[in-house]
Design a protein around this ligand. Structure first.
Ligand code: GCV
Length: 684
């Protein structure tokens, strides 16, 4: 009887707790209101940015009531760039923006109960930039959270409402709170209209909303702009008229936006125009734009995502194109390189360009939007993927030459450093579609500020700030721990149910959400089909990139090139990336390749099922809206993980001609029905 009573009381307590948790739509991100107490602030300097810092401290102060805090511009040599120092009763920084960053860090530390004294923090990269793939009609390439917050909508996309401005400020505030200081406002597949006077006026208005938060505005430009809007006959970068056109355009932009950041350029890639259309090189193109921007301290971010329909292994092409150009770029050019040599796959080895270029600054490009990782339907925390890339050793200057060290100025001793993330932000109320996709935005900012942070720390910070109220954060340890475990396992789970053991790019054509390992089409370029990448046949599966294959391994420094080249030393997570492996090949655990492949796919599905179970147990721990949204999305993810497993195993089984091991769950779909299903765009 006593037991029954206890159960009833616990149940009633849970129900009442759940009902007092406020409804939340996710719009406040990790910046939800807290029950702050009074604080007194003085500052040695005043500006729009410092005023924001003061307002934030007043709104969010969780320290001792009635404390006196000083914001102080300081010349302390340990503080670098926009870094800061937290002291018992002062925030010190070299710049006003540093004071704002120090403010956000102090408030975060108060909320998380972390030490707040004698804490110095300096940014790993000086430019921490979001790349928006937003089109001027308001659509977003690979965007899964609604339409653009910058473009489209009313009156040709040029009208600006108060609501727009409020949104831009909220966006800027969220970015500043995690240290992001730049935004490229339009798609790298750039419309020429962006450089027309009407659009530049709108860019100016956006820049004004972002500026107080320290966000610099950048634009993607179309290399053919001098022809398409300038009425010139060509866009040849060595042509004096073309050079002058860009110089005039740069001057026009800087008149409107004096702190404009510069241009991002996708040239001679996937049909975009570029200097090679005129027989010129990437250096000719980048340097011409660099000359136009240099008088105003603007920069050119030139993308290395360049490949052509050719018999050459696609993953080798960017390195072959850019290595010979190392050292020839102007000082204000930086090469923007995707984390892997292919295209934001669930797992790739790092791009060899990070260790290859030695006289040209290189900036990593990560993809925050989940083009190849479940869109905004799936919970996949990308911090672990980026951490893996940043910590990969390139062996450029011997052991310890990580991608982080190659790009953050540690090896090259430069402070012209940058990092970019392709944004996942749209007009959805919660900004990113999936509540957990907010964590990817957050993680990008935190890693861009400090590329040594660990994903587990980032996840914990994000969970507490995003879900818990001031009082609960102490009592809800189980929610934090369980959610953190789900997040940290989620990317490996996605690798398992999509492309384990180094498989890559076996997505359905076009939408990149579901599986289509069968996809092959003689009418399009081979490197846009799946069969090009997995090369399954009756002997085995995988892309031979060894010295007897495409020799991509030799784009890496020793000892990595030999490690990758040798089947027995190649890390199993990259096995089928570098090798065509017989079905009967024994892996380190003694299982043959086919069996292990089946087990991994099945394990991925089981991992998502266990995320569901764990999440369901959390009912009542957070507000019911976000709980239900995540619950429903995990159901979708679970169904779609099963589709991945069934599609890939049934398809590859045609080549392996072996049984799916009897200890794992059987497929529940037929191959033919999956071929139909994943063709449909509704499936995206
Ligand atoms: C913006 C991949 C994507 C394209 C994207 C391209 C790029 O190919 O599928 O949508 O285009 O990368 O990064 O330029």
């Amino acid at each position: 009887m006593a037991n029954i009573k206890r159960i009833i009381i616990v149940a009633l307590l849970m129900i009442s707790q759940a009902s007092i948790l406020k409804a939340e739509d996710g719009h406040a991100l990790w910046l939800r209101n807290h029950s702050a107490v009074k604080v007194n602030i003085s500052s040695t300097v005043r500006s729009a940015t410092v005023d924001l810092a003061i307002a934030e401290l007043k709104k969010g102060w969780l320290g001792k009531e009635n404390m006196y805090i000083k914001l102080n511009l300081s010349k302390n040599p340990s503080i670098k760039g926009d870094g800061f120092q937290l002291e018992e009763s002062a925030i010190n920084a070299r710049t006003e923006l540093g004071l704002l960053y120090g403010t956000y860090e102090l408030l975060r530390r108060q909320y998380l109960n972390l030490p707040q004294r004698n804490f110095i923090s300096n940014p790993s990269y000086s430019r921490r930039i979001l790349n928006h793939w937003d089109n001027l009609d308001g659509s977003i390439e690979r965007g899964y959270a609604g339409s653009s917050i910058f473009w489209g909508n009313a009156a040709n996309g040029l009208d600006i409402t108060n609501q727009d401005q409020e949104k831009w400020k909220a966006y800027a505030r969220a970015n500043a709170s995690i240290g992001i200081n730049g935004a490229v406002l339009n798609n790298v597949n750039a419309s020429v209209k962006i450089l027309s006077p009407a659009y530049l006026e709108k860019v100016k208005a956006i820049a004004e909303s972002l500026r107080p938060y320290g966000i610099k505005t950048y634009l993607s430009v179309n290399f053919s702009s001098p022809v398409l809007i300038g009425k010139l006959k060509k866009a040849d970068p060595l042509d004096p008229q073309v050079k002058q056109w860009w110089k005039n355009k740069a001057a026009e932009i800087y008149k409107l936006i004096p702190d404009f950041g510069g241009f991002l350029v996708k040239a001679n890639s996937e049909g975009q125009p570029g200097p090679q259309d005129y027989g010129r090189t990437h250096v000719d193109g980048a340097n011409m734009l660099a000359d136009a921007l240099a008088p105003f301290n603007g920069i050119v971010m030139w993308r290395a995502f360049v490949y052509n329909p050719s018999p050459e292994d696609r993953t080798k092409q960017a390195y072959k194109e850019f290595l010979p150009l190392d050292g020839a770029f102007k000082k204000n050019v930086i090469l923007q390189v995707k984390n892997g040599p292919l295209d934001f796959q669930p797992r790739e080895p790092f791009s060899p360009l990070f260790g290859g270029m030695s006289k040209t600054p290189v900036m990593p490009e990560f993809q925050i939007t989940q083009e190849y990782l479940g869109a905004s339907k799936q919970l996949v925390f990308l911090s672990t993927l980026w951490e893996e890339c940043l910590n990969s050793d390139t062996y450029k200057n011997g052991k310890g030459s990580t991608v982080a060290a190659c790009t953050d100025g540690t090896l090259s001793k430069t402070d012209f450093t940058a990092i970019a993330g392709v944004a996942n932000i749209g007009n959805d109320v919660n900004w990113t579609g999936h509540t957990f996709a907010q964590a990817n935005w957050y993680a990008f900012g935190r890693l861009a500020w400090n590329n040594k942070l660990e994903s587990k720390t980032i996840a914990e910070e994000w969970i507490k700030q995003t879900f818990l109220d001031d009082k609960e954060k102490k009592t809800n340890a189980n929610f934090v721990k369980t959610t953190q475990e789900i997040m940290l396992e989620s990317r490996e789970a996605a690798v398992n149910y999509m492309m384990p053991l180094g498989l890559h790019h076996i997505f359905a054509e076009g939408h990149h959400y579901g599986p289509a390992p069968w996809f092959s089409n003689d009418k399009i370029r081979a490197d846009w089909t799946s069969v090009y990448y997995h090369k399954a046949d009756t002997l085995g599966i995988g892309f031979d990139r060894t010295r007897s294959g495409s020799d991509a391994v030799d784009q890496y420094h020793e000892p990595l090139s030999s490690t990758f080249n040798n089947l027995s030393s190649c890390p199993e997570m990259y096995l089928l990336w570098f090798h065509h492996v017989p079905w009967s090949y024994r892996l380190k655990n003694g299982k043959d390749l086919w069996t292990e492949l089946c087990i991994r796919y099945d394990h991925g599905v089981q991992q998502v099922r266990s995320f569901q179970k764990d999440w369901d147990k959390m009912k009542g721990a957070i507000d019911s809206e976000r709980f239900a949204e995540v619950q429903s999305k995990l159901r979708t993810q679970s169904r779609d993980a099963q589709i991945w497993k069934d599609a890939c195993l049934l398809y590859f089984q045609q080549f392996s001609k072996r049984e799916i091991p009897f200890e794992i769950e059987r497929p529940v779909h037929d191959l033919q029905s999956l071929k139909e299903l994943t063709k449909s765009r509704d499936y995206e």
